[in-house]
Write a protein that binds this ligand. Structure first.
Ligand code: DCP
Ligand code: CA
Ligand code: CA
Length: 367
Protein backbone atom coordinates (compact mmCIF):
# COMPACT_ATOMS: atom_id res chain seq x y z
CA UNK A 1 0.00 0.00 0.00
CA UNK A 2 1.02 3.56 -0.71
CA UNK A 3 2.84 5.30 2.14
CA UNK A 4 0.79 8.22 3.40
CA UNK A 5 1.64 11.24 5.52
CA UNK A 6 -1.15 12.13 7.94
CA UNK A 7 -1.19 15.06 10.34
CA UNK A 8 -3.46 15.52 13.35
CA UNK A 9 -3.84 19.00 14.83
CA UNK A 10 -5.43 19.27 18.28
CA UNK A 11 -5.99 22.70 19.84
CA UNK A 12 -4.52 22.99 23.34
CA UNK A 13 -6.84 23.21 26.41
CA UNK A 14 -9.28 24.58 23.90
CA UNK A 15 -12.26 26.08 25.79
CA UNK A 16 -9.97 27.51 28.47
CA UNK A 17 -7.56 28.88 25.88
CA UNK A 18 -10.49 30.65 24.20
CA UNK A 19 -11.35 32.24 27.55
CA UNK A 20 -7.74 33.43 27.92
CA UNK A 21 -8.01 34.96 24.47
CA UNK A 22 -11.07 36.96 25.50
CA UNK A 23 -9.43 38.05 28.77
CA UNK A 24 -5.61 37.85 28.69
CA UNK A 25 -5.38 38.59 32.45
CA UNK A 26 -6.52 34.96 32.93
CA UNK A 27 -3.26 33.63 31.48
CA UNK A 28 -1.43 33.76 34.81
CA UNK A 29 -4.23 32.11 36.81
CA UNK A 30 -5.81 28.66 37.00
CA UNK A 31 -8.82 28.73 34.64
CA UNK A 32 -11.62 26.17 34.88
CA UNK A 33 -14.42 26.02 32.32
CA UNK A 34 -17.54 24.41 33.78
CA UNK A 35 -20.79 22.82 32.66
CA UNK A 36 -23.16 23.88 35.42
CA UNK A 37 -26.07 21.48 35.69
CA UNK A 38 -28.27 24.08 37.37
CA UNK A 39 -29.50 21.69 40.03
CA UNK A 40 -27.64 23.49 42.81
CA UNK A 41 -24.99 26.19 42.86
CA UNK A 42 -21.83 24.18 42.26
CA UNK A 43 -23.29 21.03 40.76
CA UNK A 44 -21.96 20.03 37.39
CA UNK A 45 -18.65 18.99 35.88
CA UNK A 46 -15.43 20.50 34.60
CA UNK A 47 -15.38 20.81 30.83
CA UNK A 48 -11.67 21.62 30.68
CA UNK A 49 -8.98 23.58 32.52
CA UNK A 50 -5.84 25.47 31.53
CA UNK A 51 -2.43 23.93 32.26
CA UNK A 52 -1.95 25.95 35.45
CA UNK A 53 -5.14 24.44 36.91
CA UNK A 54 -4.10 20.98 35.71
CA UNK A 55 -1.04 21.17 37.96
CA UNK A 56 -3.49 21.04 40.88
CA UNK A 57 -5.13 17.89 39.51
CA UNK A 58 -8.07 19.60 37.84
CA UNK A 59 -9.16 17.94 34.59
CA UNK A 60 -12.13 17.33 32.27
CA UNK A 61 -15.01 15.44 33.83
CA UNK A 62 -14.35 15.94 37.54
CA UNK A 63 -17.11 17.56 39.66
CA UNK A 64 -16.95 21.34 40.01
CA UNK A 65 -16.95 21.19 43.83
CA UNK A 66 -13.87 18.96 43.71
CA UNK A 67 -12.07 21.40 41.39
CA UNK A 68 -12.93 24.23 43.81
CA UNK A 69 -11.49 22.23 46.66
CA UNK A 70 -8.26 21.51 44.80
CA UNK A 71 -7.89 25.20 43.93
CA UNK A 72 -9.10 26.71 47.19
CA UNK A 73 -5.97 28.69 48.05
CA UNK A 74 -5.42 30.09 44.57
CA UNK A 75 -6.80 32.96 42.48
CA UNK A 76 -8.55 30.43 40.20
CA UNK A 77 -11.30 31.63 37.87
CA UNK A 78 -14.37 29.46 37.17
CA UNK A 79 -16.34 30.21 34.01
CA UNK A 80 -19.39 28.67 32.32
CA UNK A 81 -18.99 27.14 28.83
CA UNK A 82 -19.72 29.46 25.92
CA UNK A 83 -20.02 27.15 22.91
CA UNK A 84 -20.97 29.87 20.44
CA UNK A 85 -17.73 31.75 21.11
CA UNK A 86 -15.57 28.60 20.92
CA UNK A 87 -17.20 27.53 17.66
CA UNK A 88 -16.52 30.89 16.08
CA UNK A 89 -12.82 30.56 16.86
CA UNK A 90 -12.76 26.88 15.86
CA UNK A 91 -14.32 27.70 12.45
CA UNK A 92 -11.66 30.29 11.69
CA UNK A 93 -8.82 27.93 12.66
CA UNK A 94 -10.29 25.03 10.69
CA UNK A 95 -10.34 27.26 7.63
CA UNK A 96 -6.61 27.89 8.03
CA UNK A 97 -5.87 24.17 8.56
CA UNK A 98 -7.88 23.19 5.49
CA UNK A 99 -5.51 25.26 3.35
CA UNK A 100 -2.60 22.98 4.29
CA UNK A 101 -4.29 19.69 3.36
CA UNK A 102 -4.86 17.53 0.29
CA UNK A 103 -7.75 15.97 2.21
CA UNK A 104 -9.28 17.42 5.36
CA UNK A 105 -11.45 15.91 8.08
CA UNK A 106 -12.56 17.84 11.13
CA UNK A 107 -13.26 15.72 14.21
CA UNK A 108 -15.16 17.46 16.97
CA UNK A 109 -14.65 21.13 17.77
CA UNK A 110 -10.88 21.18 18.26
CA UNK A 111 -9.26 18.50 16.10
CA UNK A 112 -8.65 17.80 12.45
CA UNK A 113 -6.87 15.20 10.34
CA UNK A 114 -4.97 16.42 7.30
CA UNK A 115 -3.73 14.11 4.58
CA UNK A 116 -0.56 15.91 3.42
CA UNK A 117 0.97 13.10 1.32
CA UNK A 118 0.89 14.99 -1.98
CA UNK A 119 1.73 18.39 -0.51
CA UNK A 120 4.90 17.05 1.07
CA UNK A 121 5.64 14.36 -1.54
CA UNK A 122 5.85 11.80 1.21
CA UNK A 123 8.88 13.54 2.71
CA UNK A 124 8.76 13.63 6.52
CA UNK A 125 11.17 16.57 6.84
CA UNK A 126 8.86 18.59 4.63
CA UNK A 127 5.91 17.44 6.69
CA UNK A 128 7.60 18.76 9.81
CA UNK A 129 8.23 22.13 8.16
CA UNK A 130 4.63 22.32 6.99
CA UNK A 131 3.45 21.61 10.55
CA UNK A 132 5.71 24.35 11.91
CA UNK A 133 4.32 26.85 9.40
CA UNK A 134 0.78 25.82 10.20
CA UNK A 135 1.33 26.27 13.94
CA UNK A 136 2.81 29.72 13.37
CA UNK A 137 -0.06 30.83 11.14
CA UNK A 138 -2.66 29.71 13.68
CA UNK A 139 -0.74 31.43 16.48
CA UNK A 140 -0.23 34.67 14.54
CA UNK A 141 -3.74 34.95 13.14
CA UNK A 142 -5.88 33.46 15.92
CA UNK A 143 -3.55 33.57 18.95
CA UNK A 144 -4.19 29.90 19.70
CA UNK A 145 -1.61 27.15 20.20
CA UNK A 146 -2.08 23.56 19.10
CA UNK A 147 -0.28 20.24 19.33
CA UNK A 148 0.51 18.26 16.23
CA UNK A 149 1.18 14.63 15.49
CA UNK A 150 2.44 13.31 12.16
CA UNK A 151 2.52 9.67 11.15
CA UNK A 152 1.87 7.22 8.31
CA UNK A 153 -1.80 6.93 9.33
CA UNK A 154 -4.51 8.49 11.52
CA UNK A 155 -3.92 6.16 14.44
CA UNK A 156 -0.22 7.01 14.77
CA UNK A 157 -0.82 10.74 14.11
CA UNK A 158 -3.35 10.89 16.95
CA UNK A 159 -1.12 9.18 19.50
CA UNK A 160 1.84 11.29 18.36
CA UNK A 161 -0.18 14.49 18.96
CA UNK A 162 -0.78 13.43 22.57
CA UNK A 163 2.95 12.82 23.02
CA UNK A 164 3.91 16.44 23.65
CA UNK A 165 1.44 19.04 24.90
CA UNK A 166 0.82 21.96 24.86
CA UNK A 167 2.29 23.53 21.71
CA UNK A 168 3.97 20.26 20.73
CA UNK A 169 5.07 18.69 17.47
CA UNK A 170 5.86 14.98 17.16
CA UNK A 171 6.59 13.34 13.82
CA UNK A 172 6.88 9.55 13.60
CA UNK A 173 8.38 8.07 10.45
CA UNK A 174 7.02 4.72 9.19
CA UNK A 175 10.16 2.90 10.37
CA UNK A 176 9.84 4.47 13.84
CA UNK A 177 6.21 3.49 14.45
CA UNK A 178 6.88 0.35 16.46
CA UNK A 179 9.62 1.77 18.66
CA UNK A 180 7.36 4.77 19.37
CA UNK A 181 4.19 2.80 20.16
CA UNK A 182 5.47 -0.30 21.92
CA UNK A 183 6.58 1.22 25.27
CA UNK A 184 3.29 3.14 25.71
CA UNK A 185 0.57 1.87 28.07
CA UNK A 186 -2.11 -0.02 26.20
CA UNK A 187 -4.88 2.44 27.10
CA UNK A 188 -3.30 5.01 24.79
CA UNK A 189 -4.87 3.12 21.89
CA UNK A 190 -8.28 4.46 20.93
CA UNK A 191 -10.91 1.89 21.85
CA UNK A 192 -9.05 0.45 24.83
CA UNK A 193 -11.20 1.71 27.67
CA UNK A 194 -10.81 0.97 31.35
CA UNK A 195 -12.59 -2.39 31.09
CA UNK A 196 -10.61 -3.70 28.15
CA UNK A 197 -7.38 -2.50 29.75
CA UNK A 198 -8.26 -4.48 32.88
CA UNK A 199 -9.02 -7.56 30.83
CA UNK A 200 -5.71 -7.17 29.02
CA UNK A 201 -3.86 -6.79 32.29
CA UNK A 202 -5.11 -10.21 33.39
CA UNK A 203 -3.62 -11.59 30.16
CA UNK A 204 -0.30 -9.97 31.05
CA UNK A 205 -0.70 -7.18 28.49
CA UNK A 206 0.42 -3.81 29.83
CA UNK A 207 2.00 -2.00 26.90
CA UNK A 208 1.05 -1.59 23.26
CA UNK A 209 4.09 -3.76 22.50
CA UNK A 210 2.71 -6.56 24.71
CA UNK A 211 -0.56 -6.35 22.79
CA UNK A 212 1.18 -6.33 19.41
CA UNK A 213 3.06 -9.52 20.24
CA UNK A 214 0.08 -11.29 21.77
CA UNK A 215 -1.39 -14.17 19.79
CA UNK A 216 -3.92 -12.62 17.37
CA UNK A 217 -6.22 -15.65 17.38
CA UNK A 218 -6.39 -15.54 21.16
CA UNK A 219 -7.34 -11.85 21.07
CA UNK A 220 -10.25 -12.70 18.79
CA UNK A 221 -11.35 -15.39 21.24
CA UNK A 222 -11.27 -12.96 24.16
CA UNK A 223 -12.60 -9.76 22.56
CA UNK A 224 -14.62 -11.03 19.59
CA UNK A 225 -13.68 -10.84 15.94
CA UNK A 226 -14.10 -7.15 15.21
CA UNK A 227 -12.37 -5.83 18.33
CA UNK A 228 -9.75 -8.59 18.45
CA UNK A 229 -8.61 -7.93 14.90
CA UNK A 230 -8.67 -4.19 15.51
CA UNK A 231 -6.54 -4.46 18.66
CA UNK A 232 -3.97 -6.61 16.87
CA UNK A 233 -3.65 -4.24 13.91
CA UNK A 234 -3.78 -1.04 15.96
CA UNK A 235 -1.08 -2.24 18.37
CA UNK A 236 1.13 -2.93 15.35
CA UNK A 237 0.52 0.63 14.15
CA UNK A 238 -1.62 -0.44 11.21
CA UNK A 239 -4.58 1.67 10.13
CA UNK A 240 -5.71 2.31 6.57
CA UNK A 241 -8.81 4.41 7.30
CA UNK A 242 -8.84 7.39 4.93
CA UNK A 243 -8.99 11.07 5.84
CA UNK A 244 -12.57 11.69 4.89
CA UNK A 245 -13.77 14.95 3.43
CA UNK A 246 -17.24 15.58 4.81
CA UNK A 247 -20.20 15.96 2.50
CA UNK A 248 -22.83 18.69 2.84
CA UNK A 249 -24.57 16.99 5.73
CA UNK A 250 -22.20 15.52 8.27
CA UNK A 251 -24.64 13.93 10.65
CA UNK A 252 -28.19 13.93 11.97
CA UNK A 253 -28.53 13.70 15.73
CA UNK A 254 -31.14 14.10 18.41
CA UNK A 255 -30.76 14.09 22.16
CA UNK A 256 -33.28 14.01 24.95
CA UNK A 257 -33.35 14.17 28.78
CA UNK A 258 -34.66 11.12 30.65
CA UNK A 259 -37.44 11.52 33.23
CA UNK A 260 -34.92 10.64 35.90
CA UNK A 261 -31.27 9.60 36.03
CA UNK A 262 -31.26 5.87 35.45
CA UNK A 263 -29.36 2.75 34.42
CA UNK A 264 -32.57 0.98 33.38
CA UNK A 265 -32.12 -0.51 29.89
CA UNK A 266 -35.86 -0.45 29.09
CA UNK A 267 -36.35 3.22 29.98
CA UNK A 268 -33.29 4.36 28.07
CA UNK A 269 -34.11 2.23 25.05
CA UNK A 270 -37.68 3.57 24.89
CA UNK A 271 -36.36 7.12 24.73
CA UNK A 272 -33.69 6.14 22.19
CA UNK A 273 -36.27 4.43 19.96
CA UNK A 274 -38.28 7.67 19.83
CA UNK A 275 -35.15 9.53 18.80
CA UNK A 276 -34.47 6.91 16.09
CA UNK A 277 -37.92 7.51 14.64
CA UNK A 278 -37.39 11.27 14.51
CA UNK A 279 -33.99 10.84 12.90
CA UNK A 280 -35.37 8.35 10.40
CA UNK A 281 -38.09 10.80 9.28
CA UNK A 282 -35.44 13.43 8.58
CA UNK A 283 -33.27 10.86 6.80
CA UNK A 284 -36.12 9.79 4.54
CA UNK A 285 -36.98 13.37 3.65
CA UNK A 286 -33.41 14.00 2.62
CA UNK A 287 -33.09 10.68 0.77
CA UNK A 288 -29.89 9.71 2.54
CA UNK A 289 -28.26 6.38 3.44
CA UNK A 290 -26.15 6.15 6.59
CA UNK A 291 -23.20 3.96 7.44
CA UNK A 292 -22.38 4.94 10.99
CA UNK A 293 -24.57 4.92 14.07
CA UNK A 294 -23.64 6.44 17.42
CA UNK A 295 -25.08 6.96 20.86
CA UNK A 296 -24.27 9.85 23.16
CA UNK A 297 -24.90 9.63 26.89
CA UNK A 298 -24.72 12.57 29.27
CA UNK A 299 -24.02 10.98 32.64
CA UNK A 300 -25.27 12.02 36.05
CA UNK A 301 -22.08 14.07 36.62
CA UNK A 302 -22.60 15.78 33.22
CA UNK A 303 -19.67 14.03 31.60
CA UNK A 304 -20.32 12.98 28.03
CA UNK A 305 -19.71 9.47 26.71
CA UNK A 306 -20.21 8.21 23.21
CA UNK A 307 -20.06 4.93 21.33
CA UNK A 308 -20.41 4.26 17.64
CA UNK A 309 -20.55 1.45 15.18
CA UNK A 310 -19.80 1.39 11.47
CA UNK A 311 -22.15 -0.81 9.47
CA UNK A 312 -20.79 -3.12 6.81
CA UNK A 313 -23.16 -1.56 4.27
CA UNK A 314 -24.97 1.79 4.07
CA UNK A 315 -28.69 1.56 4.80
CA UNK A 316 -31.78 3.76 5.19
CA UNK A 317 -33.83 1.33 7.28
CA UNK A 318 -35.37 2.25 10.62
CA UNK A 319 -35.11 -1.34 11.84
CA UNK A 320 -31.35 -1.44 11.22
CA UNK A 321 -30.98 1.86 13.08
CA UNK A 322 -32.97 0.68 16.09
CA UNK A 323 -31.16 -2.63 16.21
CA UNK A 324 -27.71 -1.02 16.16
CA UNK A 325 -28.71 1.55 18.78
CA UNK A 326 -30.12 -1.23 20.94
CA UNK A 327 -26.81 -3.12 20.75
CA UNK A 328 -24.73 -0.02 21.51
CA UNK A 329 -26.83 0.91 24.55
CA UNK A 330 -26.82 -2.61 25.92
CA UNK A 331 -23.04 -2.80 25.66
CA UNK A 332 -22.58 0.71 27.01
CA UNK A 333 -24.75 0.06 30.08
CA UNK A 334 -22.96 -3.17 30.85
CA UNK A 335 -19.74 -1.14 31.08
CA UNK A 336 -21.15 1.85 32.97
CA UNK A 337 -21.34 2.25 36.71
CA UNK A 338 -22.95 5.66 36.59
CA UNK A 339 -26.54 6.70 35.88
CA UNK A 340 -27.51 8.28 32.58
CA UNK A 341 -29.16 11.70 32.50
CA UNK A 342 -29.61 12.36 28.76
CA UNK A 343 -29.43 9.99 25.81
CA UNK A 344 -28.75 10.88 22.20
CA UNK A 345 -28.60 9.09 18.84
CA UNK A 346 -26.53 10.15 15.87
CA UNK A 347 -26.17 8.84 12.33
CA UNK A 348 -23.43 9.85 9.91
CA UNK A 349 -21.22 8.79 6.96
CA UNK A 350 -23.98 9.52 4.48
CA UNK A 351 -24.39 8.59 0.87
CA UNK A 352 -27.17 9.83 -1.41
CA UNK A 353 -29.91 7.45 -2.51
CA UNK A 354 -28.83 8.15 -6.05
CA UNK A 355 -25.18 7.16 -5.38
CA UNK A 356 -26.25 4.04 -3.52
CA UNK A 357 -28.28 2.88 -6.52
CA UNK A 358 -25.46 3.69 -8.89
CA UNK A 359 -23.04 1.74 -6.72
CA UNK A 360 -25.34 -1.27 -6.70
CA UNK A 361 -25.81 -1.10 -10.47
CA UNK A 362 -22.08 -1.01 -11.13
CA UNK A 363 -21.65 -3.86 -8.67
CA UNK A 364 -24.04 -6.01 -10.69
CA UNK A 365 -22.50 -4.99 -13.97
CA UNK A 366 -18.97 -5.93 -12.98
CA UNK A 367 -19.87 -9.18 -11.24
N1 DCP B 1 -14.51 18.68 26.60
C1 DCP B 1 -15.57 18.59 27.50
N2 DCP B 1 -15.67 17.49 28.32
C2 DCP B 1 -14.75 16.48 28.27
C3 DCP B 1 -13.69 16.56 27.36
C4 DCP B 1 -13.58 17.69 26.53
O1 DCP B 1 -16.41 19.50 27.55
N3 DCP B 1 -14.88 15.42 29.11
C5 DCP B 1 -14.40 19.89 25.73
C6 DCP B 1 -13.52 20.94 26.40
C7 DCP B 1 -12.21 20.86 25.68
C8 DCP B 1 -12.61 20.40 24.29
O2 DCP B 1 -13.78 19.59 24.48
O3 DCP B 1 -11.53 22.12 25.66
C9 DCP B 1 -11.52 19.62 23.59
O4 DCP B 1 -11.21 18.44 24.30
P1 DCP B 1 -9.76 17.85 24.43
O5 DCP B 1 -9.90 16.45 24.89
O6 DCP B 1 -9.00 18.08 23.17
O7 DCP B 1 -9.09 18.66 25.64
P2 DCP B 1 -8.48 20.10 25.71
O8 DCP B 1 -8.40 20.76 24.38
O9 DCP B 1 -9.24 20.88 26.73
O10 DCP B 1 -7.06 19.83 26.32
P3 DCP B 1 -5.72 19.26 25.60
O11 DCP B 1 -4.74 20.39 25.66
O12 DCP B 1 -5.31 18.12 26.45
O13 DCP B 1 -6.07 18.87 24.20
CA1 CA C 1 -7.47 19.70 22.58
CA1 CA D 1 -9.38 17.12 21.07
Amino acid sequence: MKVRTILLADLDYFFAQCEELRDPTLKSKPVVVCVYSGRSEDSGAVSTANYIARKYGVKSGIPIFLAKKKLQDTDAVFLPVDHTFYEEISDKIMQILRGYADLFEQVGIDEAYLDITEKTQGNFEEARELAQKLKEEVKNKQRITCSIGIGPNKLVAKIAADNQKPDGLTAIKPEEVKSFLFPLPVNRLIGVGRRNAEKMETLGIKTIGDLAKYDAQRLVEVFGKRLGVYFHEAANGEDDSPVQESGETESISKISTLKENTLDFGLILEKANNLCEGIHRELSQRRLYFKQVGIIAVMADMSIRSRSETLTKATNELQALKKTVNGLIEKFLSESNQEVRRIGVKISHFTKEHDEQKRLTSFFETN
